[in-house]
Write a protein that binds this ligand. Structure first.
Ligand code: ASN
Length: 383
C-alpha cells in the first residue's frame, strides 16, 4: 500500500516537473531572454486596461525585439528586486527608467542612453516647505535602491532630515500627499508625468535637476554582450526611422487614463476577478501545482529531518534541530526572495521561479513536518 502510494507520488512529481520545464523551453529557435522591469513607473513602465505592460520602455523593448529577432519573458517587480535580479544573473537585462550612474557602471554594462533625466525634489501642493533647509527634522520619502534615493541620501547630513523607504513610487508619493512625509526625491520625467496626471505634488527644482543624466538598458557587467549589442542596434534603427519619436509622443501626448481606462467598474471583487481572469486562473493552476509538489516533497524531507532528530549521533541530531529552527523561524517571503534573488548570485546559476518557489516551500514545510515527526517519536515511551 505504502509502496504503491510512493510510486504514484513520484510519478506525479515527475509529470508536473516535466510540464513546467517544457513550458520554459518553447522558444528554441530565436534567442530568448529574461528581462526585468519596474512594476509601476509611468510613463516608462505600467499596465494598460488589459494588464499588459506598456510605456516608453516597454514599447522601445518590444520594437527592438521585433527588429532584432529575439523573444523575452518580462519580469515586473519592485525596482530594487528587478535590478538585483540582473546583478545576480537571474535576469539577462533590465529596462526600468534606470539612470546611468558611475556606481552602476561597476556592476552593469549599459546601452546607448535613451532618455534624459535628473533628480527632482518634491513637496505636497501648498506645502510650507520652501527650501531644502526647511526639511530639518522632517521625514523624506525615498524609493529603495534608486538613483534619486542615493541623491536624496547624499543631502541628508547637510539638511538634517530623516528618511523613510518605500518599494514603489506610488506609495512613496502618497506618503507625501497625505502629509506623513514632508518631501520626496524622484526622477524629473516621472514626477512631471504624475503631476500632469493629477498627483497633488509640486516640483521645487524644475529648472535645476540634480545629477542630470540619462536612462539606459542594462545587462550584468561583462555578460549578455549579444543582448546589449542587439539593444543598441535596434535602438539606433528605431531612432533613425522616427519610431522612437512616435513612442515618446504616444505617451507624453496623452493622459495615463487613455491607456489604463477608468478604474470605476473594477472596484468590486467580481469586477477585479473578471478584469484579471487570465492571470488569476494561471496563478491558481500554478498554486495547485506548487502545493501538490511541495506537500509530497516536503513530507519526504520532513520525515528525513524527523528521523535525524532522534538519531543516536548527536551531530546528526544537532543538524536536524538547527535546520528545523532556521527554516521554521525564517519568514516565508524572506526565504523566497533569498532563494530566487540572492542565491543565484552566490552559486552562479539561474534558478527558475518555479523551482525557487518549490525549494522555499519544501524547506519551510519540511521544517514543520520534521518537528512533528520528531515529536511523535519522542512521545513514545522508551520501554
Ligand atoms: N529611476 C530609477 C533609477 O534610476 C529607477 C526606478 O525607480 N524605476 O534608479
Amino acid at each position: 500500500m505504502f509502496k504503491k502510494g510512493f510510486i504514484l507520488a513520484v510519478t506525479l512529481v515527475v509529470a508536473l516537473l516535466s510540464f513546467s520545464l517544457a513550458a520554459d523551453c518553447i522558444h528554441a529557435d530565436k534567442p530568448h531572454y529574461t528581462i526585468s522591469t519596474d512594476a509601476t513607473y509611468p510613463p516608462f513602465d505600467f499596465q494598460d486596461k488589459n494588464n499588459d505592460y506598456i510605456g516608453i520602455d516597454q514599447d522601445i523593448l518590444k520594437e527592438i525585439a521585433k527588429r532584432e529577432n529575439f523573444t523575452y519573458t518580462l519580469k515586473p517587480m519592485s525596482f530594487t528586486s528587478a535590478a538585483q535580479l540582473v546583478a545576480n544573473g537571474q535576469a539577462d537585462g533590465i529596462i526600468a527608467g534606470m539612470a546611468i550612474t558611475d556606481e552602476r557602471k561597476e556592476v552593469y554594462d549599459n546601452s546607448t542612453p535613451y532618455y534624459k533625466t535628473g533628480v527632482a525634489w518634491i513637496v505636497k501642493k501648498g506645502s510650507e516647505i520652501k527650501s531644502l533647509k526647511d526639511l530639518k527634522g522632517k521625514t523624506v520619502a525615498l524609493k529603495t535602491g534608486t538613483a534619486a534615493s542615493e541623491y536624496g541620501k547624499s543631502l541628508q547630513r547637510k539638511y538634517g532630515f530623516n528618511i523613510k523607504y518605500f518599494n514603489d513610487t506610488d506609495t512613496m508619493y502618497n506618503d507625501v500627499v497625505v502629509g506623513n512625509s514632508a518631501a520626496t526625491f524622484e526622477d524629473m520625467p516621472v514626477i512631471q508625468y504624475a503631476i500632469k496626471n493629477g498627483v497633488k505634488l509640486k516640483v521645487m527644482n524644475a529648472n535645476n535637476p540634480g545629477n542630470a543624466g540619462s536612462y539606459g538598458f542594462f545587462v550584468k557587467k561583462d555578460e549578455n554582450k549579444e543582448l546589449l549589442a542587439s539593444f543598441n542596434r535596434g535602438f539606433a534603427s528605431i531612432k533613425k526611422d522616427g519610431t522612437y519619436d512616435k513612442i515618446i509622443k504616444k505617451y507624453l501626448g496623452a493622459t495615463q487614463s487613455t491607456f489604463t481606462g477608468s478604474k470605476k467598474n473594477n472596484n468590486s471583487v467580481l469586477g477585479i476577478l473578471k478584469a484579471n481572469d487570465g492571470a488569476f486562473l494561471k496563478g491558481l493552476w500554478l498554486t495547485i501545482e506548487l502545493t501538490v509538489l511541495a506537500i509530497i516533497l516536503a513530507s519526504i524531507w520532513g520525515v528525513t529531518l524527523g528521523v535525524m532528530g532522534v538519531s543516536q549521533n548527536s551531530a546528526v541530531r544537532g543538524l536536524s534541530t538547527t535546520l528545523i529552527y532556521i527554516f521554521r523561524g525564517l519568514p516565508l517571503m524572506v526565504l523566497a526572495f533569498f532563494i530566487y534573488i540572492g542565491l543565484p548570485g552566490v552559486i552562479g546559476t539561474k534558478i527558475p521561479a518555479f523551482t525557487a518557489g518549490l525549494i522555499t516551500l519544501i524547506l519551510n514545510e519540511g521544517a514543520y513536518t520534521g518537528a512533528f515527526v520528531r515529536g511523535g517519536f519522542e512521545a513514545v515511551d522508551k520501554g
